[in-house]
Design a protein around this ligand. Structure first.
Ligand SMILES: Nc1ncnc2c1ncn2[C@@H]1O[C@H](COP(=O)(O)OP(=O)(O)OP(=O)(O)O)[C@@H](O)[C@H]1O
Length: 223
């Protein structure tokens, strides 16, 4: 599903954020990406979402070489990826329903389909009944779950999360991880960048560790 082959990323200032990274994550796997601050975790996720391009090497998603995707086709490619950020980037002047509906409305889905899918997504994250609420009235954990519902409302086969539990206490963090596990169990590939080692160590998933842009370890407790 995700393949990096000798992938490097040098930013315009000359800083090499990723150096010769190689790994493969099969479809349906859940994995963590960890490493110190500045190790290159966000950069790696950005290369997958085509928010940045590698300076050397390749990134393949579903056997598709991302170098072959033109700028014009990037929005269509991104519909295959749900992205969750630490600061969930919700619209505070819109209801929960409207926040989650946004990707479907942009994709031109008919109203009935939007209603049905938004409710299904809110149900998956345990927020049915909060459709009319405004994000400001929700707790941090609930806001993060709205962000997850919005990321999955298109049913993307791939979910990327960048520090999704950064602002949450351990109990809420565990709840968020459980939601990701549920998606992975129905075949969604999930890659979570996090430096919460206590949380990661408590879960039986593969762990890719970056150290100054290099993949220093790749360990899978299942093997
Ligand atoms: N657009 C950019 N231009 C120049 N340098 C950048 C850019 N984005 C990131 N960097 C640099 O690349 C390095 C890796 O950054 P990245 O955000 O990928 O790390 P990270 O592991 O996600 O860190 P954190 O855990 O602090 O978010 C950092 O030194 C950062 O300053």
């Amino acid at each position: 599903m995700i393949r990096f082959t000798a992938t490097s990323k040098r930013y315009p200032g000359g800083y090499e954020a990723l150096s010769n990274v190689n790994f493969y994550i099969p479809a349906g796997q859940m994995a963590f990406l960890t490493g110190h601050s500045g190790a290159g975790k966000s950069t790696l996720l950005k290369l997958i979402a085509l928010l940045e391009r590698p300076s050397r090497g390749q990134v393949f998603i579903n056997n598709q070489n991302l170098a072959r995707i033109s700028r014009r086709r990037i929005p269509y490619f991104r519909r295959n990826i749900g992205i969750i950020f630490q600061d969930h980037q919700l619209l505070f002047d819109r209801t929960v329903f409207d926040n989650v509906a946004l990707p479907l409305i942009i994709a031109g889905q008919p109203r009935g389909e939007v209603d049905r899918r938004v409710r299904a997504a809110l149900d998956k994250v345990g927020l049915l009944g909060k459709e009319k609420a405004y994000p400001i009235t929700l707790s941090g954990g609930e806001q993060q779950r709205v962000g997850i519902a919005r990321a999955v409302v298109n049913k993307p086969p791939l979910l990327l999360a960048d520090e999704p539990t950064g602002n949450l206490d351990p109990t809420l963090s565990t709840e968020i991880m459980r939601i990701f596990e549920d998606f992975s169990q129905v075949g969604v590939t999930v890659l979570v960048a996090s430096h919460d080692l206590a949380l990661i160590s408590s879960l039986p998933y593969r762990r890719l560790t970056l150290e100054q842009g290099r993949l220093s370890t790749d360990s899978d407790p299942a093997e």
